[in-house]
Design a protein around this ligand. Structure first.
Ligand code: KG4
Ligand code: ZN
Length: 347
C-alpha cells in the first residue's frame, strides 16, 4: 500500500510488486485539493493537512474495495516521507505507521521524487535500467542517471526555480488559476510561440543545471510593457487585465516554448554525456503536451527510447509511492523507513 500526502493531493493505492512480473496496480484513489486552494492562488499548508486527515482513511477503504482485498492482505505500507509540507507529510506518515503497527507489517518511508522517478514502471511500456531521468515537478527540476532501484546519480538540477514553478508563476502573472501549468499550456494552444523571445538560461553553460527564475522576471516585464501600451492602461485589478486574449495566449505560448526548449536540450545533453539510450520523464510537468512532442522528435532523431508514466500518474498520486515501496522491498532496500514506527518525515 502507498500513501501520498506531501502537498495538495491525497493518494492511496495498492500495487502488486511481488515476483518477477511487471508491477500491477490493484487499486488507486486520489483526492485533489486544487479547488479548495484555488481561492488563495496557491496551497495553504494548514488547510492541506486538515483535508488530508479527512480524506486518507475513506480513500484507503475505497482502494481495498477496488482490489477486493482485506486490510490484512497488505504486505507493507509505504508513505511519502518527504520532501513536502511538514504537516501534510505527517498525516501520511502517521496513518502508515499506525496501520503498520496494528498489522505488524513493515512501514517504508519513500522519497517523493523516487516515486515520480519509478512511476513509468506502472505503464504499458515500462523502461529498463539504466536510463536518464528528467524529473520535472512543481518543486524540482533534475536530471539523474538511474542504474537501478536506489542507485541514482544527480547529473544536474535547477539552481533556483523548478520548471513547474516557472509555469505556475508565469500563469499567475497572466491571471490564470492555480495550478498554472495545465492552464498555461491550454492557453498556449491559441498563441504564437515566437511572438516574444524569452530567455533560455544556462542553455550553453556546458553543465546540466537549469535556472528558471529569470524567466519569471522576463514575463513580468513583457506583461507590464503590453499593459502600459494598451488603451486601458495598467491601472486595473490584475496586471494582465489590459492585455487582449491574443496577447495573453502569445505570452503563454512563448514562455512554454522557452521552458520546453531548455528541458529538451538539457535532456539530450544528458543523453550524450552518459551515452545511455533511454530517457524517462516524470513529475507533473511531464504531462505537458509540447514537452512530450518535442522530446519525442529529439529522441526519435537520436535513436533514444523515451518513457513516460501513464498520464494520470504524472502528477502526485499514491500509486507511485506504493510502487516505489514495493520495488524497494524487492531490491532489499526496505530498511529506509522508520524503525519501531516513529512518525518520521523529512520536509
Ligand atoms: O509532480 P507534481 O504533481 O507535484 C510536485 O511534486 O510538485 O507537479 C506539479 C507541477 C505544477 O507546477 C503544475 O503546474 C505542473 O506540475 N504541471 C504542468 C502540467 N501539468 C502539471 N506543467 C505544464 N504542463 C502541464 N500539462
Ligand atoms: Zn510530485
Amino acid at each position: 500500500m502507498g500513501i501520498e500526502s506531501s502537498c495538495d493531493e491525497t493518494g492511496v493505492a495498492l500495487v502488486d510488486a511481488s515476483g518477477s512480473a511487471t508491477p500491477r496496480l490493484l487499486g488507486h484513489a486520489l483526492h485533489s485539493q486544487i479547488e479548495m486552494h484555488q481561492a488563495y492562488g496557491g496551497v495553504v499548508p494548514e488547510l492541506a493537512s486538515r483535508d488530508h486527515i479527512r480524506r486518507v482513511l475513506p480513500l484507503t477503504d475505497t482502494v481495498l474495495a477496488q482490489a477486493g482485498l482485506p486490510l490484512s492482505a497488505v504486505d507493507a505500507i509505504a508513505y511519502t516521507r518527504g520532501p513536502g509540507l511538514a504537516g501534510a507529510l505527517l498525516v501520511g506518515s502517521g496513518v502508515a505507521c499506525a496501520l503498520g503497527f496494528a498489522l505488524g507489517k513493515p512501514v517504508i518511508g519513500v522519497h517523493h521524487l523516487e516515486g515520480h522517478l519509478l512511476s513509468p514502471f506502472l505503464s504499458a511500456d515500462p523502461p529498463e535500467f539504466p536510463f536518464v531521468a528528467l524529473l520535472v515537478s512543481g518543486g524540482h527540476s533534475q536530471l539523474m542517471r538511474v542504474d537501478g532501484v536506489g542507485r541514482y546519480e544527480l547529473l544536474g538540477e535547477t539552481i533556483d526555480d523548478a520548471a513547474g514553478e516557472a509555469f505556475d508563476k508565469s500563469a499567475k502573472l497572466l491571471g490564470l488559476p492555480y495550478p498554472g501549468g495545465p492552464a498555461l499550456s491550454r492557453l498556449a494552444l491559441q498563441g504564437d510561440p515566437q511572438a516574444y523571445k524569452f530567455p533560455r538560461p544556462l542553455l550553453h553553460s556546458g553543465d546540466l543545471d537549469f535556472s528558471f527564475a529569470g524567466l519569471k522576471t522576463a514575463v513580468l516585464t513583457q506583461v507590464k510593457r503590453l499593459a502600459h501600451a494598451s488603451p486601458e492602461g495598467p491601472a486595473t485589478l490584475h496586471l494582465a487585465d489590459p492585455l487582449n486574449a491574443q496577447q495573453k495566449a502569445d505570452v503563454a505560448a512563448s514562455v512554454q516554448a522557452a521552458i520546453v526548449d531548455v528541458l529538451v536540450r538539457k535532456s539530450m545533453a544528458a543523453i550524450r554525456q552518459t551515452g545511455l539510450m533511454r530517457l524517462v520523464v516524470a513529475g507533473g510537468v511531464g504531462a505537458n503536451v509540447l514537452l512530450r512532442e518535442q522530446l519525442g522528435t529529439a529522441c526519435a532523431k537520436a535513436g533514444v527510447r523515451v518513457h513516460y508514466p501513464e498520464l494520470h500518474l504524472c502528477t502526485d498520486n499514491g500509486a507511485m509511492i506504493a510502487l516505489a515501496g514495493g520495488m524497494r522491498v524487492q531490491a532489499g532496500l526496505a530498511d529506509d523507513g522508520p524503525v519501531g514506527y516513529p512518525f518520521d518525515v523529512k520536509p
